[in-house]
Design a protein around this ligand. Structure first.
Ligand code: PQQ
Length: 571
């Protein structure tokens, strides 16, 4: 998409949720600097009128800002010339029963722009294209059946003449897939499943590789017992990236269903896997499974950051990925070669290391949740199911060659139990509780990561997990938000705090920046929720409710309250 390629190079606008195709979340704007960021002030704000968790952030195209909300998935086009004036609004009619089948709050990670349209992935799995000028529906298609627990939370990505979307529902036995629709009319171009027969996962036994070797026939089917793959998960609710030169799209797949590993023997390929697919056909070029036979719910969906960096003295077209399982991976994105895999939180204990030949994590027996069989509680596993990092996207600054990563610092007890599948009902099969690592009182860190060496450069503790997406800028400032509601700016050299401002609610949105009339603005969506904030968002009390997250984050209610507000800052 030539228009999007051109627009994303213009730092005055913010045209896709990830900042650019490479997922850098970096801006060339430099009016706000390390020296003056302390003088930022709130300039204007806008309420979405919705209470639950607000992820993602606004798009800015020329004089218009597009902002979305969680369920019921309102979309507003706002006039930047008269800040906050609503040019048009769209609110779909959706059956509220979908709320009950969304695992981790009713979040939505943003709308996409392309071909004069704003593309919205609704909770009820409907994909809608709105005319960017009027908000009128240009087309709409169904990407799944909410009655079976198929929902959508991920931001679509536009590339070429297509838009790519994923599907959620790993906790409901949904079989994951990604689908490219033609932007013009919403017709389907291709669909690739995560698990199942070769022709449905778009894998070529000879040409698709795993760590340099052909995957061979039935690479997924062989790793499941019977037809368990049909309810096998591997959903695709995270971020997408795209390399226009290689013409490959990259993303990761989620957990295998159920969370009870005893019930599904085998490696459960290709759940927990990084996919590189040909953008035109969907055919998989290479795959890499990070957590074979998952026993901890370490979904592999976190963003793939495409960065050209030097690894062991060699320049590489790298893909850098901070996985839920606590390892940060650097791969060659051309061929899927594994270059670096190191822990990005020293608390990670479920595996000692990743074997660089086989790519397999070396699991510590004590922390394997299947060792004791069903109904046995395995304790003090780090990280917790929500991972050392969840959906909150990191930023990459080409000025420092460093990655700035919002992280979780949380451990868990995990008890698997037998569960049977009923369409549209939870297919979870484990009871969890979560808590900070022994001896820590912080549940999060914001870190700088050197992806060449596989080392933490600096780490700044936070009381709660950092559930917001980061932003790095050419003004040598890095921004992130906290669950207790602060927008913070730090020095990329050492993490020193340069600015903080308490927004109306906890931040799980992603920071971005743009200019209007030549002036730089910083925008952030607050509105606590998401998995970490599910206790508040859904009004849950029991410690093991909200898939185990409620107990750990209980004290969040002493710091913040619900409510979706966009706050825009300027000097
Ligand atoms: N969503 C969040 C969030 O927005 O805070 C966190 C999570 C999800 C998870 O940790 C999940 O494992 C998860 N899993 C699925 C799935 O397996 O389909 C979907 C989602 C989602 O769509 O939000 C989450």
């Amino acid at each position: 998409n030539e228009e999007l390629l051109r627009l994303q190079r213009d730092p005055n606008q913010w045209v896709m949720p990830t900042g650019n195709y490479a997922n850098h979340r970096y801006s060339e704007l430099n009016q706000v600097t390390r020296d003056n960021v302390g003088k930022l002030q709130a300039s204007w704000s806008f309420s979405t009128g919705v209470l639950r968790g607000h992820e993602g952030g606004p798009l800015v195209l020329g004089d218009v800002m597009y902002i979305h909300s969680p369920f019921p998935n309102r979309v507003f086009a706002l006039d930047l010339k008269d800040p906050g004036r609503i040019i048009w609004r769209y609110e779909p009619t959706q059956d509220p029963s979908v709320i009950a089948v969304m695992c981790c709050d009713t979040v939505n990670r943003g709308v996409a722009y392309g071909d004069g349209k704003i593309i919205l992935a609704q909770a009820d799995a409907k994909l809608v294209a709105l005319d960017a000028k009027t908000g009128n529906v240009a087309w709409s298609v169904s990407n799944g059946d909410a009655g079976k627990g198929e929902t959508m939370t991920a931001a679509p990505m536009v590339f070429g003449d297509k838009v790519l979307v994923g599907i959620s529902g790993g906790e409901f036995g949904v079989r994951g897939h990604i689908t490219a629709y033609n932007l013009r009319d919403g017709s389907m171009a291709w669909r690739g499943y995560s698990v199942g027969p070769d022709n449905e996962i778009l894998v070529d036994p000879q040409k698709t590789t795993h760590l340099g070797k052909p995957v061979g026939p039935n690479s997924s089917l062989q790793t499941w017992e019977g037809d368990q793959w049909k309810i096998g998960g591997g959903t695709t609710w995270g971020w997408f990236s795209y390399d226009p030169e290689l013409n490959l799209v990259y993303y990761g797949t989620g957990n295998p269903g159920t969370w009870n590993p005893v019930q599904r023997p085998g490696d459960n390929r290709w759940s927990m896997t990084i996919f590189a697919r040909d953008a035109n056909t969907g055919q998989a070029r290479w795959v890499y499974q990070m957590t074979p036979h998952d026993e901890w719910d370490y979904d592999g969906v976190n963003e793939m950051i495409l960065a050209d960096i030097t690894v062991r003295g060699r320049p590489v077209k790298a893909l850098v990925h901070f996985d839920r399982n606590g390892f940060a991976y650097t791969l060659n994105r051309e061929n899927g070669e594994l270059l670096v895999a190191e822990k990005f939180d020293p608390a990670v204990n479920w595996a000692t290391k990743v074997d660089m030949e086989t790519g397999r994590p070396q699991v510590v027996r004590e922390f394997s949740t299947r060792q004791g069989g069903e109904d046995q509680n395995t304790q003090n596993i780090c990280p917790a199911a929500l991972g050392t990092k969840d959906q909150q996207p990191a930023a990459f600054s080409p000025r420092t060659n460093m990655f700035y990563v919002p992280t979780n610092h949380v451990c868990m007890d995990y008890e698997p139990f037998r569960v049977s599948y009923t369409a549209g009902q939870p297919f979870i099969g484990a009871t969890l509780s979560m808590f900070p690592p022994k001896g820590s009182d912080n549940m999060g860190n914001f870190i700088a990561w050197d992806a060449s060496a596989g080392k933490i450069a600096w780490s700044k503790p936070e009381r709660f997990s950092v559930w917001s997406g980061a932003l790095a800028t050419a003004g040598d400032v890095v921004f992130y938000g906290t669950l207790d509601g602060y927008l913070k700016a730090v020095d990329p050299r050492d993490g020193k705090e340069l600015f903080s401002y308490r927004t109306p609610s906890g931040i799980i949105g992603n920071i971005n920046t743009y200019t209007h009339n030549g002036k730089q603005y910083i925008a952030v969506l607050s509105g606590v929720g998401g998995w970490a904030g599910i206790g508040m968002a859904a009004g849950l009390q029991g410690d093991t409710e909200g898939l185990g997250a409620v107990g750990a984050y209980k004290s969040l209610a002493n710091y913040t309250q619900l409510g979706g507000v966009l706050t825009v800052f300027a000097l």
